[in-house]
Design a binder for this molecule. Structure first.
Ligand code: AHG
Ligand code: MN
Ligand code: MN
Length: 341
């Protein structure tokens, strides 16, 4: 009979090497998994329920809120505020830090999340996901959680992961001890270990970027993207272009097959000079995962996990994936910077 390993069994095995706060982390992840199962249920029936389309509201990101964005956000907040191990939450959909109501026990973990990533794709039935990042509060203080407690750089993450609601529903996460994938078996309602120790190939054959924005990139970014479109690269031939427009799906594909994803800075929107993706809710968790799988994640020049956040929802360019490909982009930016000096 095939050996099945649940997330909790895997966590307990992992914690031998790298003990997190005993059962508290396990309780956090177990509750987050329940929230994801509830979201997955709505996503899988989206066409049948009144959860498609927009709510008519605009969120702190200046984006139209999809009904499923709002649903996923409420489910995660409601479930996680009472789990008794968090002192604060940050959601892509909420302008400010979400405090834990005083009627619930407080903990010292901080959950940062994108409740639904790729939501522009919902109505087209394209894979979407939930991204999460977990920090521990540094230095306890009697007063409530402050913004500085939350604004920690990505290298301080205790864990990071994503759920992908696709042809199968998966959980991929790391606690700093490798990257592990679990597939939801609907017949038992459990995520079972299906991809132990995921490693991203050092050399990819896929590049993933929204080429429609080429006119809005700076010359060095165009040169970096041209590298993958040309024959003058590590492969000696053009890479395949794959772009789903859902970060979780694009990153997951590259994690499994190898490849590079780029969301560069562009001048489309003066309010977003460093591109669309959010450092805390998207780039940091994905950077921890890809680095733990043997890849790299930069803003083009700097390691994503070293960036000190100034604001909750600050954005960053993102160049992430197979090590050799990210290094090639880093060299192109470094050469341009050296010439400019
Ligand atoms: P979200 O749905 O959480 O706002 O994220 C959407 C993001 C990300 O998933 C994806 O990589 C990117 O938007 C696609 O942006 P473009 O449509 O500008 O290419
Ligand atoms: Mn997102
Ligand atoms: Mn989102």
């Amino acid at each position: 009979m095939r050996q099945v390993t649940t997330v909790v069994e895997h966590l307990l095995l992992q914690q031998k090497e790298r003990p997190l706060a005993s059962g508290r982390f396990t309780r956090l992840l177990t509750e987050l998994i329940l929230a994801a199962k509830i979201i997955d249920r709505e996503v899988s029936k989206a066409g049948l329920l009144d959860v498609l389309g927009g709510t008519g509201e605009v969120n702190v990101q200046g984006e139209m809120v999809q009904k499923l964005d709002d649903f996923a956000n409420r489910v995660i907040i409601r479930r996680m505020e009472r789990v008794g191990v968090l002192c604060a939450m940050v959601s892509e959909e909420n302008a400010d830090v979400i405090e834990i109501p005083h009627q619930y026990p407080q903990g010292d973990y901080i959950l940062v999340f994108d409740p639904l990533d790729g939501s522009a794709n919902i109505d087209a039935n394209v894979s979407i996901g939930t991204i999460f990042s977990i920090y521990r509060r540094q230095g306890g203080s009697a007063t409530g959680v402050t913004l500085s407690d939350v604004l920690q750089k990505g290298s301080m993450q205790v864990a990071a992961g994503y759920f992908i609601y696709g042809s199968s529903t998966m959980l991929v996460y790391t606690t700093g001890n490798g990257v592990h994938g679990f597939t939801l078996d609907p017949s038992v309602g459990e995520f079972l270990l299906s991809h132990p120790d995921i490693r991203i190939p050092e050399q990819g054959k896929i590049y993933s970027v929204n080429e429609g924005y080429t006119p809005y990139w700076d010359p060095t970014t165009r040169k970096a993207v041209e590298y993958f479109r040309s024959c003058d690269n590590a492969l000696g031939r053009p890479y395949s272009l794959r772009y789903i427009g859902s970060l979780v799906s694009d990153i997951h594909r590259n994690l499994i097959y190898g490849g590079i994803f780029l969301y560069p800075a562009d001048c489309r929107d003066p309010k977003k000079p460093t591109g669309k993706l959010r450092l805390m809710c998207e780039a940091n968790p994905m950077a921890m995962i890809v680095e733990q799988a043997g890849g790299m994640a930069l803003d083009g020049r700097r390691r994503i996990l070293d960036i000190e956040p100034d604001e909750l929802h600050q954005r960053t360019p993102l160049v992430i994936g197979s090590k050799n490909d990210v290094l090639a982009v880093q060299r192109i930016y470094a050469e341009a910077d050296a010439e400019a000096r």
